[in-house]
Design a protein around this ligand. Structure first.
Ligand SMILES: O=C(O)CCC(=O)C(=O)O
Ligand SMILES: [Fe+2]
Length: 243
């Protein structure tokens, strides 16, 4: 599995080569940023194949049953497949300084350690023991309602979703969408254009927005518009664990 799923070194190199200044700028300006071509088509394909391996997952959610939309997803069990553990561990340190800066701007006291293992120890110490990385699977007519992935008191304010299917080839429709609700103002929407292997990094629930009298908090949600045809798979990397 290691061969098809790519080495940690290759993933680390792609992450190092990304434009992190540009990503920070986009996250500060829009609450989301693209990290293009994080995974190769072969890695995307290998990840999609994992969806059928029931033993890798701790639970399966049929979205319609909960009013979450239509489609399904599965949460991975520990130990995570290598590639997914590597992504979580390698992306986190790039985002922790930004998360700390956001918290400072929003006057939230919590600060995040530099290493993911230390943050996970904090989650586990508070009873948030269950892994949150997940794979989502949508067919024609499916969609994901606007939501926030909060699973307990401890929340890392950024998360990552990686599109594993090719738009225009594997599926049509199914755009990644975000809304941003500003206090006493109308909501703003963003559609994030993704191709297979691209990651979107985005705010989990709040971000600071610079106003005339300092920064204030805005409330964000994400979801997926209706899949018009075909099948769409995504890998979700959430950095906090769940209660
Ligand atoms: O399928 C998507 O693009 C959205 C997935 C999602 O909601 C998540 O990763 O938290
Ligand atoms: Fe989500």
């Amino acid at each position: 599995m290691r061969a098809t799923l790519g080495s940690q070194e290759a993933i680390a190199e792609r992450i190092s080569g990304a434009d992190w200044h540009g990503i920070a700028h986009d996250l500060d300006s829009y609450g989301n940023a693209l990290l293009t071509q994080l995974l190769t088509p072969a890695e995307c394909q290998a990840l999609i194949a994992l969806y059928a391996c029931k033993d890798l997952f701790r639970s399966r959610v049929v979205m319609e049953r909960h009013g979450f939309g239509r489609g399904e997803y599965q949460y991975f069990s520990y130990p995570l497949p290598d590639l997914i553990g590597d992504l979580r561990q390698l992306l986190y340190p790039r985002l922790a300084p930004l998360a700390n800066r956001w918290h400072a701007s929003m006057h939230i006291d919590t600060r995040f350690p530099q290493q993911h293992a230390d943050f996970i120890a904090r989650c586990h110490g508070a009873g948030q023991l269950r892994p949150t990385p997940l794979m989502l699977q949508y067919g024609a007519g499916d969609y994901n309602c606007l939501h926030q992935d909060l699973y307990g008191e401890h929340v890392f304010p950024l998360q990552v979703a990686i599109l594993l299917s090719q738009p225009g080839q594997d599926f049509s429709g199914g755009e990644f969408v975000m809304t941003e609700q500003r206090p006493r103002m109308q909501s703003r929407a963003e559609v994030v254009p993704l191709t297979r292997g691209d990651a979107v990094i985005f705010a989990v629930h709040n971000r600071p927005l610079q106003g005339q009298r300092g920064a204030y908090r805005v409330n964000l949600r994400h979801g997926v518009s209706r899949i018009r045809s075909g099948t769409r798979h995504t890998l979700g990397v959430i950095f906090h664990d769940a209660q």
